[in-house]
Write a protein that binds this ligand. Sequence first.
Ligand SMILES: *Cc1c(COP(=O)(O)O)cnc(C)c1O
Length: 634
Amino acid sequence: MPSSVNRTSRTEPAGHHREFPLSLAAIDELVAEEEAEDARVLHLTANETVLSPRARAVLASPLTSRYLLEHLDMRGPSPARLGNLLLRGLDRIGTIEESATEVCRRLFGARYAEFRCLSGLHAMQTTFAALSRPGDTVMRVATKDGGHFLTELICRSFGRRSCTYVFDDTMTIDLERTREVVEKERPSLLFVDAMNYLFPFPIAELKAIAGDVPLVFDASHTLGLIAGGRFQDPLREGADLLQANTHKTFFGPQKGIILGNDRSLMEELGYTLSTGMVSSQHTASTVALLIALHEMWYDGREYAAQVIDNARRLAGALRDRGVPVVAEERGFTANHMFFVDTRPLGSGPAVIQRLVRAGVSANRAVAFNHLDTIRFGVQEITRRGYDHDDLDEAADLVAAVLLERQEPERIRPRVAELVGRRRTVRYTGDPASAAGPPARERYAPPTAPAGHPARPRWIGVRLTPLPEPVTEAECAGAQRLGRLAGAFPHQIDSSGNVSFTSTDGRLFVTGSGTYIKDLAPGDFVELTGAEGWTLHCRGDGPPSAEAYLHHLLRERVGARYVVHNHCIPGRALETSGALVIPPKEYGSVALAEAVADACQDSQVMYVRRHGLVFWAHSYDECLALIEDVRRITG
Ligand SMILES: *Cc1c(COP(=O)(O)O)cnc(C)c1O
């Protein structure tokens, strides 16, 4: 059966004959028709947006085929390294990303920003995976109270249980009864995931109930309003994380973002992403997001104020024409969306179908205690610059459809005419449209200080055979330490490296590709010294890529045991007394030097996003250090 859209379009779609596979010409035609249709529809969905020409152009740029790997502060200048995959870096994108991070600091009060999530759901999955364990309970908004319809199912497929906030029938959270649920269910995460809502959430009060448990606000719908200083200010009100997709009121590409001020939480998220939630972060979409963030910085305040004004205006205009709008007594809405109660108008599906036939796009939503509604959003028409006259005209057309005053097909051309008058995109941050501070014209890269011989990224290795492997007895201590350090909870792998000084004063370090949890005598390589940027070694194969770190620790403080694992200790770290070192590229000379510079001050160091380093003068001392930290972080 042909769909209703096919019936109402003027030409038959090229795929009509259903001869598959389609010719490429037929595909071109279908896409062109879909685009033309898009330009005739009045987009009043609450969950879509329109990109600026600048951001849209980037989506078709050649960069779309390039990988942008790893988190910014792991990428460093030039090539990016993810595991053992070495690629050309995209340094200039890194510069834009740094600037976008500063934008996030100013717009959202967020010290840390994570741009790698692909969508809102992907950000949600990342947070669940990073901040809860199988069997834990996640608190969410029930679907009947406006919660996202997939959150419960995601919890289930991740092996998490879920419980819900208690709402009273005026769309507000009953804090006292919610507190009782929290005390009974002991959730490990309070997630606010509303997709159908009109007013701000009591974040400060919820955080008071949550205590130490992280409170996460999923602002997929209202991120653009929050960026513009409207609606609410989740991080400053007490949310630990603000996350969202970036394509509803935030006028970016289809993508996700996570923002926060707690370094450990952000680190756990970043680590979870790096270790299997994302490989390609979709380069072109990322750049489009970075552009949209800048546009928001320049024009977001004006945009957000106009969105809210337009939502109230259109809701009021519909009410004036006899359409029943939800929450009239509270001014209809405090954000970009409002809801029409379909009960007096016919069944929800029939009403939405009439709108589609008239060329009006909206969402059907069953929310607010099972009320059947049509959800409208004005963020897209606001970006297109609709003024009050346009909104009144839109209200005339939509009311005529909803109240069945005219056949939808007769209204369709009038809708297309209105839409055709407003094709430009506003609030693009360009000088003509900018209300905010002027943009810097050109970026001048910082110049490197002269006269410093550049240190290499990697240490060189000269390898000769080792006549006899180290004995079982000599390496028994290192094996035991490796077993212990290689099995910390929340550890992603048991690679890492261990070194020890033998009774005759020789330095041995684990070989490349060994697992510290499970070491054999043949896994150790002797380091006999360094000459320039080359390590001299004896063994069957090269030492760990981090051998230089072990060499430096022995030089600087006479360490006899050094153990390095890949554990991200999370918030427990704050109480462990470990010294924190900023992220550095794995296995690099820079990393080894940073650890060596810090080792005078602490025998336990944490290299952010990477792992723990312990050093000691004896086996017993090293054992005690590892056991202490393990107790705290376990
Ligand atoms: C829309 C929405 C999502 C889903 O975002 P996608 O980018 O479509 O995956 C997640 N959470 C909330 C609260 C939403 O409103």
